[in-house]
Ligand binder design. Structure first.
Ligand code: TA6
Length: 298
């Protein structure tokens, strides 16, 4: 069965491999699992709430209309990361057989009212169409944001992807040397000087305006474990909470799970995208296997 739907979840299965699947929770349209031939590619907390009581800890939560918190006018009261991840989306069905592709939609009528009401005056008309495309060795997630209003409004978008790894101590992220980043821990902006990003503690960095020709690779012990390609998503957040931050998150389990995850989060977060009435914006990430290290110069 290429598509199985329950009240809460849609699971799609590759027509060519019954053990290559993606599960999407309608709450947040959050991907909670992506397996390639039975091997899980995403990290999901064992304490992740899947009952709609709070955004999913792990998988691929969707961040809209704000990344983090913002003091910008019309955004100051929005909770962290906005309402896309804590609203129940509608399953719109299959759009393609091969590669198997499905879509989910969200509009103001289904948006979490407690959060949506805090975006500007709580009356922005919008449509989000989230597309999930599954191939045998890749997963593409795309978003189309449309302004269906009679007034302009602005937003951030980010795929908050938790990638599964064996051990953060052995993990590097390449192709970021020379890129400008805002360090959320140091609260300062600097140019990345390291030949590859490594992890020796909590790390929370927003790499800004990274050309989309730059392929982000997660490398473990010299072997590429994940490749992340971006379309129209200029920014990349790299995050690992390490021990103390993980200990402080009730839904982060097991407590040493930070060893086995790294967030590579493509988005447009360095500033807001403004849409005029009738305009649409699209962005996408493709995560795929493939083991050759591609070092791209500055
Ligand atoms: O993407 C990194 C980040 O902004 C971190 O600062 C951390 O807060 C993380 O998101 C998780 O946020 P959440 O609201 O899901 O706990």
């Amino acid at each position: 069965m290429p598509i199985e739907q329950t009240e809460t979840t849609v699971t799609i299965t590759s027509p060519s491999n019954p053990n290559t699947k993606v599960s999407v929770l309608l709450y947040g349209a959050s991907i909670t699992s992506w397996t390639i031939d039975s091997v899980e590619q995403l990290w999901l907390s064992s304490a992740a709430k899947l009952d709609g009581s709070k955004p999913v800890r792990g998988g691929i939560p969707l961040v809209f209309p704000v990344f983090g918190k913002s003091s910008a006018e019309g955004f100051e009261d929005l909770p962290q990361h906005g309402f896309a991840r804590n609203s129940t989306w509608e399953f719109l069905g299959q759009t393609k057989e091969n590669p198997l592709t499905v879509q989910f939609g969200l509009g103001p009528e289904a948006a979490n009212p407690d959060v949506y009401s805090k975006w500007d005056k709580g009356d922005n008309d919008f449509t989000l169409i989230f597309t999930v495309e599954l191939k045998d060795d890749s997963l593409k997630t795309s978003i189309e944001v449309s302004n269906t209003d009679t007034k302009p409004w602005k937003f951030n978008w980010l795929f908050h992807t938790y990638l599964k790894i064996d051990d953060i101590d052995d993990t590097l992220v390449n192709n970021l040397p020379g890129e400008k980043c805002y360090d959320q821990l140091l609260k300062e902006t600097y140019e990345e000087k390291a030949p590859a990003v490594d992890f020796n503690g909590e790390l929370d960095r927003i790499y800004q305006n990274v050309d989309t020709s730059k392929l982000l690779q997660v490398i473990e012990l010299g072997k590429v474990v994940h490749n992340v390609e971006r379309e129209n998503l200029p920014d990349v957040v790299v995050w690992n909470p390490w021990d103390k931050k993980s200990a402080g998150m009730a839904d982060f389990e097991p407590k040493d799970g930070w060893h086995n995850m790294v967030c590579i989060e493509p988005g447009h977060v360095h500033d807001f995208v403004t849409l005029k009435p009738g305009e649409s914006w699209t962005g996408a990430q493709t995560i795929y296997k493939g083991d050759s290290i591609k070092l791209q110069s500055i």
